[in-house]
Design a protein around this ligand. Structure first.
Ligand SMILES: NC(=O)c1ccc[n+]([C@@H]2O[C@H](COP(=O)([O-])OP(=O)(O)OC[C@H]3O[C@@H](n4cnc5c(N)ncnc54)[C@H](O)[C@@H]3O)[C@@H](O)[C@H]2O)c1
Length: 251
């Protein structure tokens, strides 16, 4: 039970990667907080984790709302004693945000940046005092390979996540907090599969990736577990690409 006595605050924990992260950390002994804007889905997930013997707490939280984040973090500290691991996973994504800037209404661009960029700032700043007080902590940010091209509002928001990974690795190092990121490629989450046409998925897997299969939830979960563990204790400010080899290159 590698993460026994650890508390993990997972944003967007109700479904998709967030739910898989919560289960994986919970199965290894952590208490997990599912901080999600969709409280009914978060409660449902918390109940199914509890059935599996995992200590899980659902909290309503819009990561774009600084005050709501402070309240959720304070509530977590009050109920569970502190936070050791923060997974900045909540994000707006899908085709809508991969249109050119000129096509996406400005208020949508702002809302995207508020969640994908300011959400990471809000949650990391709010968790720093409790992590420092517990002698250190781990932050894992979920970026995307879309950051490599940065040709759309979504890609730019994820490039900012990579920048924040460097900034917070530097800012929080003295508190014993390591900050790393994962850059997933195209992954088989329900929302991604619902959103994308099958021919796009087939072309991506067969003509762009070097590993010719669709990315699985477990691929990202394993990277997250590694970054949360002592095995990565010499790593901070790093982004791990988990994408079947697309796009290849130095970055
Ligand atoms: N699925 C992919 O192929 C893929 C690839 C690369 C990166 N990512 C990134 O991984 C992360 C998770 O992706 P997913 O596919 O699991 O997403 P998802 O859409 O399946 O789930 C997102 C979760 O975040 C929650 N959420 C959305 N906005 C929120 C907010 N403002 N505050 C709190 N919670 C909020 C949603 O309610 C939901 O529970 C995102 O940051 C996404 O950009 C996904």
């Amino acid at each position: 039970m590698e993460f026994v006595d650890k508390v993990a605050f997972i944003t967007g924990g109700a479904i998709g990667f967030g739910r898989a992260f919560a289960r994986a950390l919970g199965e290894r002994g952590a208490s997990v907080i599912l901080a999600d804007i969709d409280i009914s889905a978060a409660r449902e997930t918390a109940a199914s984790l509890a059935e599996a013997g995992i200590s899980a707490l659902a909290l309503e939280c819009d990561v774009a709302d600084e005050h709501a984040v402070e309240v959720a973090v304070a509530e977590s500290v009050r109920r569970l004693g502190g936070i050791d691991i923060l997974i900045n996973n909540a994000g707006k994504h899908l085709t809508k945000y991969n249109q050119p800037f000129g096509k996406l209404p400005r208020h949508e661009v702002r809302a995207l940046f508020d969640v994908n960029v300011m959400g990471v700032v809000n949650c990391t700043v709010a968790c720093q005092p409790t992590m420092k007080q517990r002698g250190g902590g781990i932050v894992v940010n979920i970026a995307s390979i879309a950051a490599n091209l940065s040709s759309t509002p979504y890609g730019v928001s994820k490039l900012a996540v990579r920048g924040l990974t460097l900034a917070f690795a530097t800012e929080l190092a003295a508190d014993g907090i390591r900050v790393n990121a994962i850059s997933p490629g195209l992954m088989a989450t329900e929302n991604a599969l619902d959103d994308l046409p099958q021919d796009f998925i087939d072309d991506f897997v067969n003509n762009r990736q070097l590993v010719r299969r669709l990315g699985r939830m477990d691929d990202i979960v394993e990277a997250m577990l590694f970054l949360c563990s002592e095995k990565s204790s010499f790593m901070t400010g790093e982004t791990l690409r988990v994408s079947g080899g697309y796009p290849l290159g130095f970055d």
